[in-house]
Design a protein around this ligand. Structure first.
Ligand SMILES: Cc1cc2nc3c(=O)[nH]c(=O)nc-3n(C[C@H](O)[C@H](O)[C@H](O)COP(=O)(O)O)c2cc1C
Length: 362
């Protein structure tokens, strides 16, 4: 009854969820595990010509974010080309997107080697700087060797997503994967008074639910600027509702990694299983319907005083504790002071039981 499929650039996906490039798609066993999760498409870890020198430890997990200094695949391109890719079981409705890095010369070398296994390419631009003409050169180098879809992955440290989108479109790419991890960021060990995770400069890259707002805005900016480009959304997804948010913002499919590292690798399966009831909850019958719906352009302002549903209030006093305008007091029951209330909305967003709403007009 609920159609989860999505298709673009000649590729068909049984559902919109894919794994994002990282440790979970780093070898054959892991790729097969991802297939068993029922993902709509499979993406590989980024394959490069040189072997990375990965500092250990390289993955830190907090409540809502992951930090990493993992670089690209620790397996050589020879292992991918001679062992992993030939053995990986391909299927028509589960495209294989091969992630490659990094330079134009790397592409000239790698694309011909993997072309017979790839349904599409995802190209990491994480370590190539911000010069868009260099990135265009990379796209053109790939295009010389393939007619298949090319998706350029944007990193959030690139300052101009709209300019990036325009440049890669002009050079012949089909779309953008948005976004890579955010950074540089830092992790300090107070006990050791030192940095225990990080590259030689002491920096790591941050991903997971905490970066979702950056990812959503980037997807939206790119789709608004270049509607004909395909956008694959990634960054912070942790549940089926997040998937729908990315599709509304302009993505045609999504990827996830960090939430699986934080909450368990079975999360992929759970999200796919939750998609039908989530579609239903928000009035949709198919994934395509969400994509075509898009976001309403206007921002919905709901300026009004908050109102309390006393049946739902559990007297936790969180609203009183957090109100930045000192407008909430508790003379036996939560009370809003209309003279002080700034209508900022924080109490409504943070109330754990949804007891506060916007329903009263001033
Ligand atoms: C441990 C780790 C390794 C990663 N390795 C790669 C990689 O090899 N290539 C790449 O393009 N992105 C890589 N990423 C970035 C992810 O693919 C993804 O873009 C980012 O983590 C945001 O998505 P998420 O919040 O769902 O994890 C890596 C991320 C993590 C956490």
């Amino acid at each position: 009854m609920f159609d989860l499929s999505t298709s673009f650039d000649g590729l068909k996906f049984s559902n919109p969820l894919m794994p994002a490039a990282g440790p979970l798609n780093g070898d054959l066993e892991k790729l097969e595990f991802l297939v068993s999760q029922g993902l709509g498409g499979i993406v590989t870890k980024t394959i490069a010509r040189a072997l990375p020198n990965i500092p250990k430890p390289c993955i830190y997990g907090d409540k809502t974010f992951i930090m990493n200094s993992e670089l690209w695949s620790e397996l050589s391109y020879e292992v991918w080309v001679n062992e992993i890719l030939p053995k990986f079981h391909k299927s028509k409705d589960r495209p294989l997107i091969i992630s490659l890095g990094y330079t134009k010369e790397d592409m000239e070398f790698l694309v011909p080697l993997v072309e017979k296994y790839a349904d599409a390419y995802e190209i990491s631009t994480h370590y190539v700087g911000t010069d868009l003409t260099v990135i265009q050169g990379t796209v053109r180098a790939i295009r010389k060797h393939t007619k298949k879809p090319i998706y350029m992955k944007i990193s959030p440290h690139l300052p101009d997503p709209e300019g990036f989108a325009k440049a890669i479109k002009e050079a012949g790419a089909n779309g953008v994967v948005a976004i890579n991890s955010l950074g540089p960021t830092m992790k300090i060990d107070l006990k050791e008074k030192s940095i225990i995770y990080g590259n030689e400069k002491g920096f790591v890259w941050t991903s997971g639910p905490a970066i979702k707002p950056v990812a959503l805005a980037t997807v939206y900016k790119i789709k608004q600027a270049e509607p004909s480009l395909t956008v694959i959304g990634v960054g912070g997804i942790k549940n089926a509702e997040d998937v729908l948010e990315f599709l509304l913002a302009g993505a045609s499919a999504v990827q996830m990694l960090s939430a699986a590292l934080l909450y368990g690798k079975d999360l992929y399966k759970k999200i796919i299983a939750d998609l039908p009831k989530t579609l239903e909850k928000y009035g949709f019958t198919s994934i395509e319907e969400v994509i075509n719906h898009g976001l309403k352009k206007e921002v919905v302002y709901k300026q009004s005083l908050p109102v309390l549903d006393r049946d739902k209030c559990i007297d936790c006093m969180l609203c009183e504790k957090i109100c930045p305008y000192f407008a909430i007091s508790y003379p036996g029951v939560i009370t809003f002071n209309p003279d002080k209330c700034f209508e900022c909305g924080l109490c409504i967003a943070k109330c754990p039981t949804g007891a506060i709403s916007y329903s009263l007009k001033r």
